[in-house]
Structure formats: C-alpha cells, structure tokens
Ligand binder design. Structure first.
Ligand code: 5RP
Length: 221
C-alpha cells in the first residue's frame, strides 16, 4: 500500500471512531482499512470501547482476539447496533461492491443483521457506476462451472480466483467487465442462480454512511 493510500485509510478509520458507543456490541468487517480501525481500537485511544465484537471473517477474528477483544458468534447476539467495514467500490447512493478479500458472505450476514452500516474507504473507490472492480461471487465448488456460464450471460467475464477457499469452504468467481446500471436487480438475479452463495453487491442493503478518506480528511456521504 502506498503512503498516500495509507493516509486516506487512516482518515476514514479515524472518522468511524465517533460512531462507537461505550459497551456496545460492534460488527467488524475485513480488509486493510478495517485493520487500521482495529489498530485504533487496540490502542485504547478511542473515547468509547465496545464490550464485544462480532467478526465477518476468520482473518478479522484472529486479529481482534490478538488485540484482546472479546469476539462473539453473531448467532449469540441479539441487537447489533453498528457494523463497520470497508468496500472495493462505492457509489454516492451508498451501493457497494465487496468481497475483494474473499469475506463477502460473512460481511453480508453481519450487514444484514446490523441496524447501521458505516463503510470506511478511500476516495479512489468512489465510482459513478459499479463494475470497474471485478464483482466477486461466492459459489458452492460443485456449481463453479455452471455458475460461470450463467454469469457470462450478463456480458462479464468470470474468472475463478484459484487457490482461494472461503471461510465456508467455497470458491470465488470474479466477474470482470460488467457495467452495473441496476445494482439491486443484478444482486437479486445473481443470488438466484443455483449454486451461488452470495454475490459481492451490497445494493439492496447498502451502507448507511460512507466515510471517504481523502488527502485532506474525510468526506461523509
Ligand atoms: C473483503 C472486503 C473488503 O471490505 C474490501 O476488499 C476492501 O478492503 P480494503 O480495505 O483492504 O481495500 O470486502 O471481503
């Protein structure tokens, strides 16, 4: 990561701190921007500290435990007031593409369960139309070829992310070359294909806030 990108991520992560409330249960996503946020929590320098967290991935769980946080199973948590996570792309309508880190299914579950989803990202990821970033789709391994053929019908080029097995034992197809004019419709259509676990469009349930790190600070959308 270059220094300019690192500064932007720090700006976005630092802006998320003010959404914390003392002793809340907090949902935490996955990725390098979230890792900056976890470091802030671990440093103890935030005015409020969560009582416990739920995590979207094994990678974040390991990091959170190493930082001394209590990590709960999302099944054991009733109310989840806040989820903080990054994104690979976002529009100003707060619709997202996620899953570059392969954790899209856990991320979608926590985003769905959370009352508020605050997304932290840098300004290089703001787009007018989703699709520049290849769309990740998690698939049951047996269905990989079938789903790839079906995804080709959307005009994109699905590429198997070889060597990656998700936390749930599945494969990922990255669909290149899409121009996603109607993210809600495409999310629903792809999720209906037999063998798809979920796709990386967060459109029906997008973010409630974008905290966009820039050179100067943060833009809130
Ligand atoms: C992981 C994700 C991440 O939120 C996304 O890839 C952004 O990561 P980063 O903050 O490292 O750019 O969806 O599955």
């Amino acid at each position: 990561m270059n220094e300019q990108a690192a500064i932007k991520k720090r700006h976005a992560a630092a802006a998320a701190v003010r959404y914390l409330q003392q002793d809340m249960i907090l949902g935490i996503g996955t990725g390098t921007t979230v890792n900056v946020f976890i470091e802030l929590l671990a440093s103890g320098g935030t005015a409020a500290l969560p009582r416990a967290v739920v995590s979207s991935s094994e990678a974040s769980t390991a990091r959170l435990r190493a930082a001394g946080m209590t990590v709960l199973d999302v099944n054991d948590v009733g109310r989840l007031p806040l989820y903080i996570d990054g994104a690979d792309e976002a529009t100003r309508r707060r619709q997202l593409t996620k899953g570059g880190g392969g954790a899209l299914t856990g991320e979608k579950i926590i985003a769905a369960a959370a009352e508020r989803f605050v997304c932290i990202l840098d300004d290089s990821k703001l787009v007018s139309t989703l699709g520049r970033f290849p769309l990740p789709v998690e698939v049951i391994p047996m269905a990989r070829s079938y789903v790839a053929r079906r995804l080709s019908e959307f005009g994109g080029r699905p590429v198997w992310r070889r060597g990656i097995i998700t936390d749930y034992g599945n494969h990922i197809l990255d669909v290149h070359g899409l121009s996603i004019e109607d993210p809600v419709a495409m999310e629903q259509t792809i999720n209906q294909i037999t063998g798809v676990v979920t796709c990386g469009l967060f459109a029906a349930r997008g973010a409630d806030r974008l905290l966009v790190g820039t050179d100067e600070g943060v833009e809130e959308i």
